[in-house]
Design a protein around this ligand. Structure first.
Ligand code: VGL
Ligand code: ZN
Length: 187
């Protein structure tokens, strides 16, 4: 079974948000095309979301490197308004404990169990951000043995260092990830 995983397309990671990724909202339209194709094919989709407590350790006020973002139950943690979320979508919240950061959708969540329940062997990944949650989710998926393809137009990087996104792509490819375009993925 092929499963689409949409990573952290939340308001705070898009322009106007608290941890805005440059052109973060540019992933919306290609991601929605993938979502439409999966819906038409009757294939499952899973959405991850960053879901921090207000005192999360990744926030600068609590010793971390990030401005406060994606605080659970606040509007910044909402999925972007233009993201098409099917009624039966599975939502995985992560990094929801004060003392632990988690960039991978697999870390401290039921994602692997849910994928096994769906009999997933192949994963398509889209979302934000390339150099953090996309990268770590992809690397974990590969470690867990899933054939993992990244939808290349559907990712954007934070780029604290200008090459971080490019570096992350290299790392994912080296670990065995496939990169492909949405047109190919919906064929
Ligand atoms: C992320 C930075 C901080 C991500 C989450 O979803 O890529 N990046 N928290
Ligand atoms: Zn975060």
């Amino acid at each position: 079974m092929k499963v689409l995983i949409i990573v952290d397309i939340q308001k705070d990671f898009c322009p106007g948000g608290r941890l805005a990724v440059k052109d973060g909202d540019a992933v919306l339209s290609p991601s929605n095309r993938l979502l439409g194709a999966f819906k038409e094919a009757g294939l499952p989709v899973i959405f991850t979301r960053d879901w921090h407590p207000a005192n999360h350790c990744s926030f600068t006020d609590f010793g971390g490197i990030w401005p406060s973002h994606c605080v659970a139950e606040t509007s910044g943690a909402d999925f972007h308004d233009n993201l098409i979320i099917p009624d039966n979508a599975l939502i995985i919240s992560k990094a929801d404990r004060p003392d632990k950061d988690a960039y991978s959708g697999f870390e401290g969540t039921d994602l692997d169990t849910e994928l096994k329940n769906l009999d997933a062997d192949e994963i398509i990944i889209a979302g934000l951000a390339t150099d953090y949650c996309v990268k770590n989710t992809v690397l974990d998926a590969l470690r867990l043995g899933y054939k993992t393809t990244v939808a290349q137009e559907c990712i954007r990087a934070v780029n604290i260092n200008p090459e971080d996104g490019k570096q992350a792509v290299k790392e994912m490819i080296k670990a065995g990830a496939i990169f492909d375009s949405v047109v190919n993925l919906i064929k």
